[in-house]
Design a binder for this molecule. Structure first.
Ligand SMILES: [Zn+2]
Ligand SMILES: [Zn+2]
Length: 294
């Protein structure tokens, strides 16, 4: 299936780093300066913050420390070929001053970013109103946003069906959760837990390229791995566990009123094509593992 192999973050060496990979500042339509954003996320216990203003980079030199990494980024909006819509592409690890030719299409922008040492995350496809054909017309991005906090304001924060559509189209793609921070209303709502060797741009980008992460709005995934013919999960206390696969034959567990779920198992076989785990805690917050391709 597909072109790319994902690693299992629970089976690689490294440390976990909490990240918000989509952030706006007063340099575009956010309500805080870059320095204020860094302070907000650092004090909340995050380790990684990508500053991604609309069509603008920021000079983030000197903002990183041993315990906090600031990635230089941008959100760019190439036009979508099939209507008057635009793609929203989050560029990570791009040089300060990066600029695109005005009429550069999405795939050209992906190439420019990658040539500059960066990578692209496909932002909030549901909010954009994109069809699967419009999404698959873009190549070369490393992840998509399954959750975007600011998009929940118009009821379109969750792009999990778009994700399954891509996976069903044999596109092996992992997913992140992001605040897309503009103001205090959506800050600290969705994050990405990255397993990387160390806290520097090189290691974090490598972890992002290989799928060494999971997305969350609350629950913690403690372990998730294939053992013989089962996918075995350990997690923080949740009320629902869903093993979601290519077909209708997934498996779900629901806690009764007293007992939370902290582990679950799902029999797997190649015919399922892929399995991913989606958790829901008692507050209704979700977490998403990356897909296990079978
Ligand atoms: Zn956007
Ligand atoms: Zn944004």
């Amino acid at each position: 299936m597909g072109e790319k192999k994902l690693v299992n973050p629970f089976q690689v060496k490294g440390n976990w780093y909490k990240a918000n990979l989509h952030t706006h500042t007063t340099n575009s339509d956010g309500d805080s300066t870059v320095a204020e954003r860094v302070k907000q996320y650092r004090e909340k216990g995050y380790s990684v913050l990508a500053i991604t203003d609309h069509e603008k980079t920021n000079d983030v030199s000197g903002l990183s420390s041993e315990k906090f990494l600031v990635l230089s980024g941008m959100e760019t909006h190439p036009i979508c070929p099939n209507d008057k819509n635009a793609y929203h592409l989050v560029c990570l690890n791009v040089p300060f001053g990066l600029d695109f030719p005005k009429d550069a299409d999405a795939n050209t922008r992906v190439k420019i970013v990658r040539q500059a040492g960066g990578e692209i995350i496909f932002a909030h496809p549901y909010w954009c109103g994109l069809t699967i054909n419009e999404i698959t017309a873009v190549k070369g991005y490393i992840a998509m946003e399954v959750y975007n906090a600011v998009c929940t304001r118009i009821g379109k924060g969750f792009s999990s069906v778009h994700w399954d559509d891509l996976l069903a189209s044999n596109k092996i793609i992992p997913a992140v959760a992001s605040d897309d921070t503009h103001s205090g209303r959506e800050i600290f709502m969705g994050w990405t837990m990255i397993k990387a060797e160390q806290l520097d741009a090189c290691s974090i980008m490598e972890a992002l390229r290989t799928g060494s992460f999971y997305a969350s709005c609350g629950p913690t995934i403690k372990d998730c791995r294939i053992e013989k013919n089962e996918l075995v999960l350990q997690c923080s206390a949740v009320k629902e566990v869903h093993f979601i696969c290519r077909w209708a034959s997934g498996l779900s567990f629901y806690a009764d009123n007293n007992d939370d779920i902290i582990e679950a198992r799902c029999p797997i076989n190649d015919a399922l094509k892929y399995v991913r785990v989606e958790l829901v805690d008692r507050q209704g917050n979700r977490a998403w593992s990356n897909p296990f391709i079978l």
